[in-house]
Design a protein around this ligand. Structure first.
Ligand code: UDP
Ligand code: MG
Length: 318
């Protein structure tokens, strides 16, 4: 492979949304890590429309230290799109290392990731050995990944997030995928090639509150399911079939009761139960269809994935 001498070998992509409390520690650690590596690196920081001091801190750093490239998005586009913007702006010739800005993913592991990538893998994904998060969240994650794995059409890796190193060609294929509601770890699996996990202990957030609200987490979880599985829509057909079969039996029962046993004006309770139950089932079915239709709607609008306000590359605003 011909490697362009101007380009770093590895880009480290870090999305930031209101991370002023972590900024100094994060960038200091990145600097230390990068200075001790046997290969060349760049750091791509993405400001995802932060409302705190993050963009100003990035400005200062980007203009004074060429190790850091900065991408400023026009507003908060969400983590998945911020990472996508970072991958699109990364110039590395060999690999892209994706980490969170709250130091939950130790940047010091870059060497181990790169070594594994160089064993002929296109993705090295971090596998969480232990989560230092609330019991509820850990349980929800645990169950979600197992359901997703069971119902999805692709081989989604259990207990792995976006913390990963991907090869240049994997990054190029991800950029080529035009889907708007992005679920990067699913896209990674869909693309294929050789992928391998690397166990690590996920740290607690260095400072500040999580920036993934419950709403954003649910959106992400939904994207995982509806972008990579037709299970929900097939499931409604099955529920429909089951309901039909049950209705036939119940019709036979009702008719026999009417003609042979009489005393028909009865059954108010069962009537209410069936109306409520099947209204519920129908509304859920509509909702499931709606999820797929919304995705079609968002896709046909054909808007750009994100809007970049400005960039700082090599100490210059572009
Ligand atoms: N983030 C972002 N945009 C958002 C939400 C989060 O760029 O809308 C960034 C955030 O600054 C952090 C990373 O995504 O660097 C992961 O977010 P967080 O730590 O809140 O997620 P969690 O660790 O809870 O999954
Ligand atoms: Mg975090």
């Amino acid at each position: 492979m011909i490697i362009n001498a101007d380009k770093p070998e590895v880009s480290i992509v870090v999305p930031l949304y209101n991370e002023q409390e972590n900024f100094m520690e994060l960038t200091q650690r990145l600097k230390t890590v990068c200075s001790g590596l046997p290969f060349s690196t760049e750091v791509v920081l993405i400001d995802d429309g932060s409302k705190d001091q993050t963009p100003f801190l990035m400005y200062e750093l980007g203009l004074s230290d060429k190790l850091f490239s900065c991408v400023f998005l026009s507003r908060n586009h969400g983590h998945q799109l911020a990472v996508t913007a970072g991958i699109s702006s990364a110039s590395a010739s060999k690999a892209i290392f994706i980490i969170d800005g709250d130091l939950q993913d130790p940047p010091e592991l870059i060497n181990e990731f790169y070594a594994k990538l160089n064993e002929g893998n296109d993705v090295v994904f971090g596998v969480r050995k232990k989560r230092k998060e609330s019991v509820n969240k850990v349980f929800l994650y645990w169950i979600y990944y197992r359901i997703l794995r069971y119902i999805s059409n692709v081989d989604v890796q259990i207990d792995s997030g976006d913390f990963s190193m991907i090869s240049r060609r994997m990054a190029d294929y991800m950029i080529l995928m035009p889907e708007k509601s992005r679920y990067l770890r699913g896209m990674r699996s869909w693309i294929g090639f050789k992928q391998v996990g690397l166990e690590y202990e996920r740290q607690a957030r260095f400072a500040g509150e999580p920036k993934y609200t419950f709403k954003k987490l649910f959106e992400l979880a939904y994207n995982g399911i509806f972008n990579f599985s037709d299970f929900p829509v097939k499931f409604i057909t099955k529920v429909g079939g089951f309901t039909m079969a049950f209705s036939f039996l119940y019709i036979i029962y009702t008719v026999i009761k009417k003609y042979y046993f009489g005393g028909v004006p009865q059954g108010f309770t069962s009537l209410v139960i069936f109306i409520m139950l099947f209204t519920g089932i129908q509304l859920i079915a509509l909702g499931i269809l709606g999820e797929y239709i919304t995705r079609i709607y968002i896709q046909v609008q054909n808007r750009p994935l994100f809007i970049i306000d400005k960039k700082i590359i090599n100490g210059k605003i572009v």
